[in-house]
Design a protein around this ligand. Structure first.
Ligand SMILES: *[C@@H]1O[C@H](CO)[C@@H](O)[C@H](O)[C@H]1NC(C)=O
Ligand SMILES: *[C@@H]1O[C@H](CO)[C@@H](O)[C@H](O)[C@H]1NC(C)=O
Ligand SMILES: *[C@@H]1O[C@H](CO)[C@@H](O)[C@H](O)[C@H]1NC(C)=O
Ligand SMILES: *[C@@H]1O[C@H](CO)[C@@H](O)[C@H](O)[C@H]1NC(C)=O
Ligand SMILES: *[C@@H]1O[C@H](CO)[C@@H](O)[C@H](O)[C@H]1NC(C)=O
Length: 260
């Protein structure tokens, strides 16, 4: 094969891989405190819940769905939550992918949370709806440091950007908000907070406040993710700004029209 042909194959390969849009894996939490066997009623119920969550009619446009199958002690409660700015199609792809992935990553555990960038899937033998859960946190950090003599000012900005977003998210029906602030003339800080929308305003706010307080701010970006809520900030735009419900912000640099 000529090198030109292999280059074309390489591009084709990369293109096909990119267009498959696999969601970005972040982490999981599946403690082995309660396990099931593959011949159990629990497993049958789990498969019912997973197929309901990934069915064509699941509510990908709202980004949240719960499903239940069976009865105690084999009852399975499951839900998915998609990040507030992703499209219904990205949400659907993500949930379908995670539903396939979960039995590889957590093949026997009854209480599972799988975190992806675009969505998360949870299931449990306990009732997980309308209950705050902050156990099994996932901490992620951007590797870029903040300049050492700016650390206090940076932390202040992160908190003063995310805390109002948490209040806004808790009061909204989708329990999701983004916010941004100027860090330097050239750099903008972007924040995103989200709860599962089954939580009350108070529970969502308290979950987000805990999450925000635990965020590391020595780096230029970080996330603190728990089953019920998540918070993240970065010095780059990491969400789809045009898919967030706020009115579009005024342009950063505007040249006022000259009179005459
Ligand atoms: C989708 O529809 C099927 C019947 O076609 C139903 O059994 C299932 O519960 C529905 N799933 C959801 C998430 O509404
Ligand atoms: C970031 O800061 C940590 C501790 O303050 C240091 O160990 C590390 O080398 C720094 N990394 C970079 C890329 O500057
Ligand atoms: C950021 O700075 C620009 C001009 O420098 C200003 O127009 C804009 O309102 C500022 N944004 C925020 C969120 O403060
Ligand atoms: C959970 O699912 C049930 C059945 O589909 C639905 O009636 C209920 O409203 C859902 N609860 C939430 C909080 O979405
Ligand atoms: C961002 O959101 C807008 C509005 O929902 C959508 O039209 C656009 O395709 C999205 N962009 C990306 C890269 O997902």
């Amino acid at each position: 094969m000529s090198s030109c042909a292999s280059l074309i194959f390489l591009f084709l390969f990369l293109f096909l891989r990119a267009s498959a849009q696999d969601p970005t894996y972040l982490g999981y939490n599946c403690p082995d405190t309660a396990t099931y066997s593959s011949r159990s009623t629990y497993f049958t119920n789990l498969r019912t819940v997973l197929s309901s969550l990934s069915s064509q009619n699941a509510s990908y446009s709202t980004g949240f769905q719960n499903a239940t199958a069976g009865e105690d002690p084999d009852m399975v409660n499951g839900l998915f939550l998609c990040r507030g700015d992703v499209s219904a199609e990205v949400c659907r792809n993500c949930v379908a992918f995670v539903v396939k992935d979960t039995l590889d990553r957590c093949p026997e555990e009854e209480n599972v949370v799988l975190y992806y960038d675009q969505c998360m899937v949870r299931y449990s033998n306990r009732n997980i709806l309308s209950t705050v859960n902050t156990e099994g946190s996932l901490v992620l950090k951007n590797t870029k440091n903040v300049t050492s003599n700016q650390k206090d000012r940076f932390r202040d900005l992160v908190l003063s950007t995310l805390n109002p977003a948490a209040v806004e998210a808790a009061s909204s029906s989708r329990k999701f908000a983004v916010s941004k602030a100027n860090w330097t003339a050239a750099q903008t800080l972007y924040g995103l907070v989200q709860c599962t929308p089954d939580l009350t305003r108070e529970d969502c706010l308290s979950c987000l406040q805990q999450s925000i307080n635990q965020l590391a701010t020595d780096q230029s970006g970080a996330r603190f993710v728990v089953p019920s809520c998540s918070s993240r900030y970065e010095l780059y735009l990491f969400y789809n700004e045009s898919a967030t419900t706020k009115p579009p912000p005024p342009p950063e640099v505007s040249t006022p029209p000259r009179p005459g």
